[in-house]
Design a protein. Sequence first.
Length: 211
Amino acid sequence: MAVVASFLWYLQYQTRQRRMAAVAALGQQLGFTFTADDVEGLGSLPFSLFDQGSRRQLTNVLSGTHNGVPTHFFDYAYYVSNGKSGEWYRFTCGLATVPAACPQLVLGYENFFTRAAEQLGMHDVELESDEFNRRFRVQCRDQRFAFSLLDGAMMEWLLGSEEFRSLEIDGPFILAVFPQLAPSQWLGMGAWLDQFHTHVPEVVYSTYPPR
């Protein structure tokens, strides 16, 4: 058994090393800085994702400027114990900013993200689109902000953007959460964030200016 366990550990180690090398190569291509671990303390930002489970890991971080916006891409994982066993949940995330002081908002499917937001005291927001309300759950402390951000154009775009798992906003920070992506797919997160910025209504910037 010990031999088998050692062999499995070695295979997992080699997989992690290959992924790390691929992310580092992508960073070099983009002109981003690569760090294997969370040297900037991104995991301390007040997002519900970062409060889930235990044995949390924020790794393979790329930091740089994408289309004029300071941006980070990284892998994130946490462990949920089920008594004697447990399960790792793994994601790839894009973190960017908007020039606004946004109230906390969590948008996602009915799952651990939205349940965690509920524990933070955020309430469900029902929007004008029945289709959007069926697909997503939106929780926010400030209903006016949710209605300002999620106008018709933003909701239509999000309905057609099925690849993401959740979206969290707090202050100037935007966290887009995806299933764990191959490094070759990380550029797609940059494109997703570009589209998000394009769809943010102007009223958000005028109503919630930077502090």
